[in-house]
Design a protein around this ligand. Sequence first.
Ligand code: ADP
Ligand code: ADP
Ligand code: MG
Length: 621
Amino acid sequence: MIKSLLIANRGEIACRVIRTARSLGIRTIAVYSDADAEALHVREADEAVHIGPAPTRESYLVGEKIIAAAKATGAEAIHPGYGFLSENAEFAQAVMDAGIVWVGPNPSSITAMGLKDAAKKLMAGAGVPVTPGFMGEDQSPGLLADEAGKIGYPVLIKAVAGGGGKGMRLVESEEDFADALASCKREAASSFGNDHVLIEKYIASPRHIEVQVFGDKHGHVVHLFERDCSLQRRHQKVIEEAPAPGMDVATREALCAAAVRAAKAVDYVGAGTIEFIADGSGKLAADKIWFMEMNTRLQVEHPVTEEITGVDLVEWQLRVASGEPLPLSQEDLTIDGWAMEARLYAEDPAKGFLPSIGTLELLQFGEAEGAYGRGRIDTGVYEGAEVSPHYDPMIAKVIAWGEDRDEARERLGEMLQDSAVWPVKTNASFLVKALEHPDFAAGKVDTGLIGRDGEAMSEPPVPSDDVLQAAAEALVPLTDMAGFRLNAAPRRAAWFLLDGEKVEIALTGEGSEEPATGVLVTEQGQAWLLSPWRHDAAHGAADGSGAIIAPMPGKVISVEVEKGDTVTKGQKLLTLEAMKMEHTLTAPFDGTVAELNASAGAQVQVDALLVKIEEAAEQEA
Ligand code: ADP
Ligand code: ADP
Ligand code: MG
């Protein structure tokens, strides 16, 4: 077994690999960019090597820097994770040429599966059913249009070098073909440096079903059953599960046998995934499932396979790379229960899934043990860490296990609901609603479900009245409430700020002996900051003190005045950005800037004194 390992990746997958390596007594070496100096994978590794600036092209994608880091630290092997250099055959070869063990397949296997058209031809030759379509060298638009007509609309145009859901166009009818082809080729050329495309029959009610395969250096190949990744948004996986709903034993055997044939056809070593597209309009059947592509690496969603088989796939990768035979034979592998994974992202579904960048000031996950059985959180961040604009904004993979599908699904929903992240926005409530969608709950899922019904799932969640009321009591002084309790039923409403929005909340309790200045309200996997609304905070000091305080934590965008300036009532003093909104603070009356504690770019806490204005009259006196 290798004794040391460099992980050429970041985030949750780097942490995932480090965890297993450590359990096997392997010394771990992380690499990191400027943006990741404080990242979790750097903290968890035994050593870490800086490899350059934040942009991936200057750090994580530079093979020479990674190999140099491995040599400098005496790393015996390199694990590439997924994404980045994981499917780069040249890098794999360079690692091996440097005398370092490559934790992955032979470069020739990566190359054989690298282009979708070549891979499909190879698979067809190996007796694996492939998605019907055209994959010729001749790329003239007229010929491609003819071929599309022969296949029959709707068709899918796919960049042969595409990946990550990019470089694909669905074409519903002949008149749209020419434009779609041109735009697909443009995207393919700019994203992948290769504008060749293939044309495929668009499968009705498509289901994405993939098989985990594993090979060793002694010619053995096994499969570890299938995963269903049909819940997708724009061809990107959102929720994955294993096994696939509605898969009968005979269909599974045929599908998994085809996957093993596919892996053997490229002498596959290590962890790989054969992706199939299935016609989900009726019952799953072997003659309605076709090869789509192979991913020659560990997959994002590998944990669901681990949870139903009890196999640590990273451990297998490290054993196989060290030359050991596969730890288990096909007969020893069985399915136990059901597992489901959700990708929790720092993004705002209500704003078109825009990444939500910032500090994870609150980061809580639903209990991963005990109450949820075999629940699991794979994360690459911690409370206080930054979600950086440079990389994929995934916060965690939340994985639940159950005796059956419903149990796994319900537990995953609970784990997500009990999570709380703030002030960064997440897709937690989107995921919960997707899990509760009647079709998904019934196992009737195709890749178009979110496209059809996603809008309702994207609506921003609001905390319930009960939760808001309880939180509001903590903000109101006891004395404020007492007078209202003397005779009639205690009842009164007060104004608060909920993440910067003014809201009215009915109060029924007693208030608090030591009222807080702000409370984080957590529900539905989200969190909101509730603070007392102050007339003076929002509109200047109505109490006459002239103290301008920060109504919520935020960042000073601009300061319009200097100390000693004369200001007039209503004049703009400074702009604060909080909760992605800009708030302008103005002078409450004519006067002079007596104190100024803010500068552009500074982070300020709620209630911080930013500016103090002295009244004109006062000054003269
Ligand atoms: P999975 O099925 O494991 O989710 P994906 O195809 O979604 O695989 O890719 C996993 C990771 O690799 C993602 O971070 C994705 O953005 C990245 N990725 C995959 N293919 C490419 C590509 N051709 N170019 C750039 N990034 C890619
Ligand atoms: P990528 O390399 O981007 O992962 P894939 O070929 O794996 O590309 O396709 C990505 C997704 O596009 C699939 O998971 C599926 O949702 C959809 N898709 C691909 N091919 C077809 C097809 N022939 N018919 C219907 N949907 C398809
Ligand atoms: Mg794919």
